[in-house]
Design a protein around this ligand. Sequence first.
Ligand code: PLP
Length: 379
Amino acid sequence: MKRIYFDNNSTTRLHPEVLEKMLPYFRDTYGNASSIHWFGQEARRGMDRARERVANLIGASSDEIVFTSGGTEADNQALLGITDAIGKPGSRIITTAIEHQAVLNSCRFLEKKGFLVTYLPVDSRGRIDTGTLADSIDDDVILISIMLANNEVGTIQPVREAAELAKSKGILFHTDAVQAAGRIPIDVRQLGVDLLSLSGHKFHGPKGCGALFVRSGIPGPVLIHGGHHERRMRAGTENVSAIVGFGQASVLAGMRLKDTYTLVGFLRDRLEKGILERVAGVKVNGCPELRLPNTLNVSFDDVDAQLLVMNLDLMGIAVSTGSACQSDTREPSYVLSAMGCSIEQASSAIRFSLGADNTAEEVDFVLNTLPELVEELRH
Ligand code: PLP
């Protein structure tokens, strides 16, 4: 059976060129990047190159990149590290109700430690209102964390305006750019953010490798304590081969950003248009104008989304009901609930997330398969 992968917001296929770049670091140059002999120095050089490449993807300088084990760790480091560096009990953090759990559960942990957290609401398209943000700021706020693009519906937030507001009040600003990186252009200077989280496996790099951009001059957030790695901001022997792969994935993502994602956007729009034409009782969730080009979240009236995902899988089509991290729960999506969807709409929503490998034929196969499946499930 031909298999179609429309779940790129969960993870992406490792690019063959990325794998090629990684292999020598398992086989030959396997030194510890802190060692002074040849093996160590070769590993160090590979890591330095990767650091520059990751920095280039987001317009940062290489000494502002701290490698982590992925997006979750980068988010934890930003929130827990900054509150540890500059917070005191009673300090406040502002975030949104639709962040990834890596941010939300870090905030809940901080609430237990005596910090206060404001969760900004979003409108029916998943956007925050910068006026509401401005009204929530007071002297106790030390950090604002607002994601660049949402993983379930793809909505892009007004991060530049929000970061400007934070700067004008002397508040540090973090953005989770895990889903945005490699899909829309990112420039940390233009965005005006102090901290930004990335994850390699969302743009054809290896799993278990990410980075936190830490703007020069801000207090260094530390989450993992130990040796002097990563300019004392993240202890632990570096995962050199994965970091090298992450660097190569960043080069490819930067090169392909415009063309690939224009094409992916066409495919996503073709899929969306086709579903709206061929299936009655559907609602597209998210912000049509400000949305990741690869993401389509749709509710199908009177359909159990889990059953639809399983039935599509039987036909060789991989999609998801939303966040991969929540796929083990039957709870309706908190993102869709925050956007005002009813429990029925939230429980009948599936996410198609396309990628650079997808084709128009695959979209058409889905369009030919889906209407009948939806009809069957409705009966
Ligand atoms: N932030 C967002 C918006 C995500 O979508 C994800 C993963 O789905 C993460 C953070 C966590 O990244 P990682 O899987 O690298 O830990």
